[in-house]
Each structure stands twice: as C-alpha cells, then as structure tokens.
Design a protein around this ligand. Structure first.
Ligand code: E4P
Length: 220
C-alpha cells in the first residue's frame, strides 16, 4: 500500500520522504494557503523537491473554474511545470469532462472532493488516474465510510479500471487500517496523522521499562 503526504509544506515533505519513504504528495488550496507562500512558488518548490523521482504530486486547479476547457488549459499549464504533477479536479460535471480531455492529452488527473461511489465510478469511466474519496469529511458529517471504500474498490475491480483509489482526508490510524484491509491503493494523510499511527503509547512505556532493566544489569 502506498502512503502519500497530504501537505504543501516543503519541510514536512522532505522529512516524510527521508524518514518514511512516502510514495507521493497531495496538496489542496488549504495546504497551499497554510504554507504562507504564493501558489506558484510553493508548487514549484515541491516540484523541485520531487524532481528525478517517479512520485506523483497532486496539484489542484483554481477551484473557481467551472468550464472544462478552462480546467484543461490550467491543467496543461500546471503539468508543464513538473512531470510529477497530477492535476486535481473537483468531482463535478465539468471536472469529469476535463478528466477525459486531459487523459486524451496524456495528462494524469486526480478527482477530488469525492463523497459517493457513483462519483468515483464516473471518475474511473472518464479516465481518472486517481480518485480521492474524502472519508474524514464524511465521518465528521456522521456518515459511514467503510462501505463507501469497499464499494469503490469493488467497482474498480469489477470493471478492471486502471484508476488508483486514494483514501483521503484521513484523520487516524483506524482509517488507515480500514483502507488497507479493504485493499485501497493509497492513503493520504497529514504528518501528525502518520506520526501518531506509527507510534503507540505502550511502545514508549515498554521502552522506558526496558531501559530501566538495562540500567540495572551488568553488560559483561
Ligand atoms: C486529499 O487529497 C485532500 O488534500 C485532503 O485529504 C483533504 O482533506 P483535509 O484538507 O481536510 O485534510
């Protein structure tokens, strides 16, 4: 299973590449705003950091766009900046059409803001490279997500679509494990979510206990 870092913070991405060998990056307008840098500056920095790797970086088009031709034009412009870039488009009618048009130009896309299996199915039909169901947002709204992921994986496998499923907006280790047990291709999450998932309080407690025993024992 692949892990993507959900961030536009270059230091975080650098750390996650070095320490965790993450497989790619996803950004969104919130992450770019939090970085405090202009959009073009931050995506160029991320592109430079990932240069020479085959790790994808999802970069979102202007979210005000609602015309497929304008989405495609912006997607082409972004894709020309780095071969790592995958164009993030919203799961709207215009977004689905732009996916097909970008695919015809050999430009990869990631359908974002996906909240239903029917949206994921249409993204796959139109040739999306990635599809990103936002499970954290759904759970915040009181909706279940285990069956959503299972349905999307079944649809993908039933029809042998080539689209990879990114379980997105992941907030905790339980959601990572749900995605993994259901066979999702990728999880994207923030630095702290992965860090929490890789640690366990019993590991820290156990280490302290063992250090104490070690200190009370002669070495030779
Ligand atoms: C995924 O590609 C999105 O960037 C992300 O998971 C959205 O969720 P968040 O910004 O609420 O974490």
């Amino acid at each position: 299973m692949k892990f993507f870092l959900d961030s536009a913070h270059v230091d975080e991405i650098d750390y996650a590449l070095e320490m965790w060998d993450i497989d790619g990056v996803t950004t969104n307008p919130r992450h770019v705003q939090v970085s405090g840098k202009p959009f073009m500056t931050v995506i160029q920095e991320i592109g430079a950091l990932m240069a020479g790797t085959d790790k994808p970086v999802s970069v979102e088009v202007n979210p005000h766009l609602d015309d497929p031709a304008e989405m495609v034009a912006e997607g082409e412009k972004l894709a020309a900046i780095s071969p790592n870039f995958v164009i993030k488009l919203p799961a709207t009618e215009a977004g689905f059409k732009a996916v097909a048009d970008l695919a015809a130009l050999d430009i990869r896309s990631n359908l974002t803001l996906v909240f239903s299996a029917s949206q994921a199915l249409q993204a796959m039909r139109m040739g999306a490279y990635f599809v990103s169901p936002f499970i954290g947002w759904k759970e915040s709204n009181g909706e279940e997500t285990f069956n959503l992921i299972a349905d999307i994986m079944s649809i993908r496998d039933n029809f042998a679509f080539e689209t990879e499923v990114i379980v997105a907006a992941v907030r905790n280790a339980r959601q990572i494990i749900d995605a993994a047990t259901l066979g999702a291709d990728i999880v994207t999450a923030g630095l702290e979510v992965f860090r929490d998932a890789f640690n366990h309080p019993y590991t820290a407690d156990g280490l302290k206990k063992f250090q104490s025993f070690w200190d009370q024992t002669a070495y030779e």
